[in-house]
Design a protein around this ligand. Structure first.
Ligand SMILES: Nc1nc2c(c(=O)[nH]1)N[C@H]1C(S)=C(S)[C@@H](COP(=O)(O)OP(=O)(O)OC[C@H]3O[C@@H](n4cnc5c(=O)[nH]c(N)nc54)[C@H](O)[C@@H]3O)O[C@H]1N2
Ligand SMILES: Nc1nc2c(c(=O)[nH]1)N[C@H]1C(S)=C(S)[C@@H](COP(=O)(O)OP(=O)(O)OC[C@H]3O[C@@H](n4cnc5c(=O)[nH]c(N)nc54)[C@H](O)[C@@H]3O)O[C@H]1N2
Ligand SMILES: [Mo]
Length: 782
């Protein structure tokens, strides 16, 4: 395969990351420069984080075991996160880890292992860490899993009930090409932030969003943005900065104007939808005495009523698409914004028309708007998991803290399993989860925590058994996604660093030790798996008459171009012929009213979209104490917490802290100027951040992206100040609703003050203390 010895001769290695395709230039075992793929019209700045990432000081150089675990054996421990580590060799690691897996399974059963292992890991279909860990645990008899994602916790539950799918909303969305050609009015709730379209799960060879928005504007199309941040829609003709969390009230008011002025499409509502009448009772205030008028919405959102009236009329008179970013469902009552967005689009009657209707996730990720390929992906099969237990993904702390406790989820009453072992590969709960103090107390509960990681992330520091993984640049792989025309050879650029191993090799060795080697590997090496997955995929392409070279030619050429469906219109077939192409809902239609959801009787999710007042918003009592609404959105400078130590991410920091944007008036009221370090706090926790003053931020709102590595001033204290700026020390660990229990990390109320003490150093990227046995004498094993 790739000859990494070519490295020093200026050879460039083609590779793929979640934030784009590139060529890596290598010297002395390190990537020294990265060149975006020549076919990419708008490469992501996050590529700037890759150079220097292989031999970084934050790399895990070899297997390690937490000293307390080694000395005392498995068991709950609040020393996780502050204990030191003992380095062990691969032989000992394999023996101890396989022994512990055997013990937990024999003593408590497979459901005692939580293997949900949420996270993005790296691009590449075969070495995909979640697929690897799930396949491994399945070959041992299964594990407690998690469902849905931090990205789309509420959408993943509500949209299948409303439109019969959630993934088709992104993977088969109306293409940018069609929008650029047909849309007259693009009304965007949450904007279309270009910073996010750099990223796509599994990779991407092009970034067309900026070009498509420009083309739409050149054609005379008009873009309207609702967002508390001005730069969420670069170049919008009309901007509204609502109180965060009030978009549903705004959409209701637009719907109210349509209904009361007779501008709604009653024929479409009758032929393609169910339950409009029930919803209209609420909309007009017949069921609760509160008409959802523009004046009502103005009180809640701060958007002038007359502007909403004018906009609603324009929407009815134009080819209009209503889009809702994913951020709007990563909040309490997160179901309501996408549900109300579809309802508004249904009232306009343009669902399924070119350039009209509904979109969800334009500007959230690169995928929406990209043309799909018609073939299945060459993914590693994960096997079958016979364990029935599962949790909604963001209930991980709840589960660990409350074994046996009942919880509601999607109409079911379930209970949390009793977890003894946590197995994580390819994710960082200290990035993705809320209320990190609570998470730390939850992580003290299991008997053993295993983490596979290339880097000493905060999650690796909380592990008992630390397994060093390679990064994707250290191995050959194949990249392919459902909405990119290229199947791409990811050529290894450097040899594995220090004592790091591919997750596949670690799992193969463990599987052999546990007597399931053949089941896990099917007798294939990594190289043979790549060829096997490629051949399977090639079969689909050939059956379709497409070009499909043999593996060796693909590997040498580096890519295969596939056919794509370029003129896709979301739900176009359903619109044209609802009897032949019904939606996969109980009625086959858009469910503006869902009898099933209504029957669950949830206080926080009724049978039709409605406005719920959230706990964390500027209009509520809590804002008296914590008067700033913090938006914890996706970082511009990186993907999540990945390569936070990279150049682009580091350059964005202020005195080493994550930047926090604040309106000039709010800064002045606190005596804060640009470049200051502030303490951001509420009753859950506190962190430091570096101030950027920006009048593009709504008054009363501050923005602090996720992704700074959690860096506690006092690692023994779960509620410690994070000196680096991780907003999840502040966010509430509450679910979106009883229906979905999705992540609600996007919004939180805070207060801010200037930080006057001496600035503590950033230690997040320094490895923990690692001793060898000889340094402290032999370690007992109980
Ligand atoms: N407050 C707040 N919190 C949020 C959000 C929010 O909007 N607000 N957004 C949420 C969303 S949408 C998401 S998707 C999550 C993201 O949360 P995560 O997906 O957990 O975050 P990542 O930083 O991508 O973590 C991936 C980890 O995998 C590691 N890794 C990379 N390659 C490999 C490999 O080959 N093997 C192994 N073993 N590991 C590897 C990386 O080093 C990294 O530590 O965060 C969520 N959290
Ligand atoms: N650069 C970069 N891109 C990414 C990621 C990353 O880590 N880095 N992560 C990727 C992942 S995993 C996902 S799931 C997607 C997430 O996609 P999203 O969840 O859509 O992304 P966010 O940036 O969190 O939020 C988008 C915008 O919504 C706005 N917003 C927040 N609250 C409100 C509100 O109440 N009303 C209105 N109208 N607007 C609001 C914010 O200003 C924010 O900039 O992003 C993906 N793209
Ligand atoms: Mo996500």
């Amino acid at each position: 395969m790739s000859d990494v010895d070519e490295a020093d001769r200026g050879v460039r290695y083609q590779h793929m990351s979640h934030w784009g395709m590139f060529e890596a230039q290598v010297s002395d075992g390190e990537v020294v420069a990265v060149h975006p793929y020549s076919g990419d019209s708008d490469p992501s700045p996050a590529l700037g984080n890759i150079a220097g990432s292989i031999r970084n000081k934050a790399r895990i150089t070899g297997p390690a075991v937490r000293r307390g675990w080694l000395e005392n054996g498995p068991g709950p421990s609040s020393a996780r996160g502050s204990d030191e580590f003992v380095s062990v060799d691969w032989e000992e690691l394999t023996e101890r880890l396989s022994g512990e897996l055997r013990r937990v399974i024999d003593t408590y059963g497979n459901s005692a292992i939580f293997g949900g292992s949420y996270g993005w890991a790296s691009a590449g279909r075969f070495h995909h860490a979640q697929s690897q860990v799930h396949r491994f645990l399945n070959s041992l008899g299964g594990y407690t899993r998690s469902v849905h994602s931090y990205s789309l916790g509420a959408t993943g539950v509500i949209m299948p009930r409303v439109v019969g799918t959630h993934w088709k909303l992104f993977a088969r969305s109306t293409s940018w090409k069609v929008i650029a050609e047909h849309t007259e009015l693009l009304v965007c709730f949450g904007g279309v932030p270009l910073k996010n379209t750099g990223v796509n799960h599994g990779g991407t060879s092009d970034h067309p969003t900026r070009g498509a928005l420009d083309a739409l504007r050149r054609r005379g199309g008009c873009i309207v943005s609702f967002s508390p941040l001005r730069d969420d829609l670069h170049g919008a003709a009309e901007r509204h900065a609502p109180v965060p969390g009030t978009d549903v009230a705004i959409m209701l008011a637009l719907a109210y104007v349509l209904a009361t002025e007779g501008l709604h499409d009653t024929a479409f509502l009758a032929s393609h939808c169910v339950g409009y009448d029930r919803f209209e009772e609420y909309l007009l205030g017949r069921s609760d005495g509160v008409p959802k008028s523009p004046a009502w919405a103005e009180q809640i959102s701060g958007i002038a009523a007359d502007e909403l009236v004018v906009l609603a009329r324009r929407m009815a008179a134009s080819r209009t698409m209503v889009t809702v970013t994913w951020s709007l469902q990563r909040v309490r009552h997160g179901e309501q914004a996408p549900w109300m967005g579809v309802t508004l689009a249904a009232m306009l009657g343009q669902v399924g028309l070119p350039g009209g209707g509904f979109g969800h996730g334009y500007g959230s990720m690169n995928e929406p708007g990209l043309a799909p390929v018609p073939y299945p992906l060459p993914t590693l099969p994960q096997g079958l998991n016979p364990v029935p237990d599962f949790i909604p993904v963001a209930a991980v702390s709840d589960m660990l803290l409350n074994p046996g406790a009942p919880f509601d989820y999607d109409g079911q009453r379930l209970s949390y399993p009793d977890i003894r072992m946590l197995y994580w590969a390819g994710g960082n709960p200290f990035h993705h989860h809320q209320d990190l103090g609570r998470l730390r107390r939850a992580l003290a509960r299991p008997e053993t925590i295993v983490v596979h990681e290339p880097y000493w992330t905060p999650m690796a520091r909380h592990a008992d058994i630390v397994v060093p993984s390679t990064t994707s640049l250290e191995r050959d792989d194949i990249s392919c996604t459902r909405n990119d025309p290229l199947l791409v050879a990811m050529h290894a650029a450097v040899r594995p660093y220090a004592d790091a191993r591919d997750d596949y090799d670690t799992f193969s060795a463990l599987a052999r030790r546990l007597g399931v080697g053949e089941k896990f590997t099917e007798g294939r090496s990594s190289q043979q798996w790549l060829e096997h997955l490629y051949e399977q995929w090639r079969g689909f392409v050939r059956a379709d008459g497409g070009p499909a070279p043999i593996f060796d030619d693909f590997w040498t050429d580096g890519q295969v171009r596939m056919r794509t469906e370029d003129d896709l219109v979301l739900f176009g077939d359903f619109r044209a012929d609802p009897a032949t192409y019904p939606l996969a809902t109980p009625s086959g239609r858009i469910e503006i009213f869902s009898a099933d959801i209504d029957s669950f009787g949830y206080a926080d999710c009724a049978g039709h979209p409605r406005w719920y007042e959230p706990e964390e918003w500027l209009g509520g009592d809590r804002a008296q104490q914590y008067p700033l609404h913090l938006i914890a959105n996706q970082p511009r400078s990186r993907l999540h917490s990945q390569l936070d130590h990279g150049a682009t991410s580091r350059e964005s920091k202020i005195k080493g802290r994550e930047p926090l944007r604040i309106h000039p008036d709010d800064a002045a009221a606190r005596g804060v100027v640009a470049g200051d370090v502030v303490r951001v706090y509420n009753d859950r926790g506190s962190c430091l951040a570096g101030v950027v003053v920006d009048d593009g931020v709504r008054r009363g709102v501050v923005q602090l992206s996720t992704g700074a590595w959690y860096d506690p001033l006092d690692p023994t204290d779960p509620e410690s100040l994070c000196v680096h700026g991780n907003p999840n020390v502040l966010t509430a660990d509450v679910g979106s609703s009883s229906l979905s229990r999705g992540c609600t990390g996007q919004h939180v109320l805070v207060q801010i003050e200037r930080y006057l003490d001496e600035l503590p150093p950033i230690r997040a990227f320094d490895p923990p203390t690692i001793t060898s046995r000889s340094a402290r004498g032999p370690v007992k094993w109980s």
